[in-house]
Design a protein around this ligand. Structure first.
Ligand code: ADP
Ligand code: MG
Length: 396
């Protein structure tokens, strides 16, 4: 398909949307729907089940958010719609995007439920009779079992980051939630990547789903230049600092593989005079929210994080993503680097690679179908292009 065919044929005005939504979209500064929005919104509004696969940063949240808000019955104060997300940070972010979309529909009430936050705070939200719930699966189930959230009037269920949500560890909870919702519901799944689990759940629970796949094209593909910097275990930390000093990056996300590694790296960098905060699963939830909000607001330039921040998180102007550790799963490379280059801006991603990891990286790049540029530091700590790519290792 040519790029031209993928251009949206319709604007938001041609989509049969309420004036409140059009107003909100305008206020959010969106002049045109993205391809995934152009395709999904009309189909979801017709009531179909959908699986939508579209690259990172292409506006999937609004693609399901608009039809959900158009569907709500404002006179019914029961829970009507549920959005499930794999991480607390993503649930919070989706809640915020839904709030923005519903700016001009003040009767819409949205509750965001996730683990690590006091139940009492969430009970207050639930007492306000939200029509929409955004939740992580564990906490959703918790409220269902306590009887504090009843899903018997739900007509729309959306699972964001579906492939992650249906992995071991989540899938059981997710299935219980699906099964608690009346079978006539609309069930929609969104993701940047897909896998067998998504197809299995689709086959089991969706009714004649419409599949929408937005391929990565020049137009909508995140503009991310990828670099690999060969290093050694001993030099990796120094190379990271050289890299940060080599340019004036406004906002950077540094990914590590473990909570402990994340904490230690952040502490070490702070002692060295860099302004960082750590974000990982062992940090208390209130602090996690504070860190994420601070990073989005630009209170500090460097977020050192684990994969809790890899999926779906949208921060304006993340200029660089650095893989301090190589991700252990192929698709996480894509989700991590997809935190930059969002909404058609340009981003860069760097991977600090130890010799022993080069086979793993090859696997990842094969999966990604991408070719990075190899760089190296010279004796002065200056980054240079590496002629012949991987040959560098052979000379070490
Ligand atoms: P995805 O879920 O596909 O990774 P998001 O929903 O997080 O993407 O959206 C990425 C960014 O694009 C967000 O900052 C969002 O506000 C913005 N965005 C969404 N729709 C549009 C649009 N139609 N025009 C411009 N920007 C948009
Ligand atoms: Mg998303």
């Amino acid at each position: 398909m040519s790029d031209k065919e993928l251009q949206p044929l319709v604007g938001f005005e041609q989509m049969d949307l309420s004036k409140e939504i059009l107003q909100a979209v305008d206020k959010m500064g969106f002049s045109q729907p993205t391809p995934v929005q152009a395709k999904t919104i009309p189909i979801m509004m017709e009531g179909h089940d959908v699986i939508a696969i579209a690259p990172t940063g292409t506006g999937k949240t609004v693609a399901f958010g608009i039809p959900m808000l158009e569907y709500i019955s404002l006179t019914d104060s029961r829970i009507q719609e549920v959005i499930l997300a794999p991480t607390r940070e993503l649930a919070v972010q989706i809640g915020q995007e839904m709030e923005k979309l519903s700016t001009f529909i003040p009767e819409v009430r949205i509750a965001v439920l996730y683990g690590g936050q006091p139940i009492s705070k969430q009970l207050n939200q639930l007492k306000k009779k939200p029509q929409i719930i955004v939740a992580t699966p564990g906490r959703m189930l918790d409220h269902m079992q306590r009887g504090t959230a009843r899903l018997s009037a739900v007509h729309t269920l959306v699972i964001d980051e579906a492939d992650e949500m249906l992995k071991m560890g989540f899938v059981k909870d997710v299935c219980k939630i699906i099964e608690a919702i009346p079978p006539a519901r609309q069930f929609v799944m969104f993701s940047a990547t897909t896998n067998q689990d998504v197809l299995t759940i689709s086959w089991k629970y969706q009714h004649e789903p419409v599949e929408i796949t937005i391929p990565a094209t020049k137009e909508n593909k995140p503009q991310i230049t990828q670099y690999v910097i060969p290093t050694t275990r001993e030099e990796k930390y120094d190379h990271l600092l050289y890299l940060l000093d080599s340019d004036e990056f406004g906002r950077v996300m540094i990914f590590t593989n473990t909570k402990d590694g994340c904490r230690r790296l952040s502490e070490k960098m702070n002692k060295a005079g860099y302004q960082t905060e750590a974000l990982h699963g062992d940090i208390p939830q209130s602090k996690r929210n504070q860190v994420m909000a601070g990073f989005k607001r630009g209170k500090f330039p460097i977020l050192v994080c684990t994969d809790v921040a890899a999926r779906g998180i949208d921060v304006d102007d993340v200029e660089a993503v650095i893989n301090y550790d190589l991700p252990t799963e192929n698709e996480y490379y894509l989700h991590r680097i997809g935190r930059t280059g969002r909404a058609r801006k340009h981003g860069v991603a760097f991977t600090l690679l130890c010799f022993t990891e080069s086979v793993r990286l090859d696997e990842i790049l094969k999966y990604m179908e991408s070719k990075p540029t190899y760089l190296k530091f010279d004796d002065m700590g200056t980054l240079r292009f590496q002629e012949g790519g991987k040959a560098f290792f052979e000379n070490m």
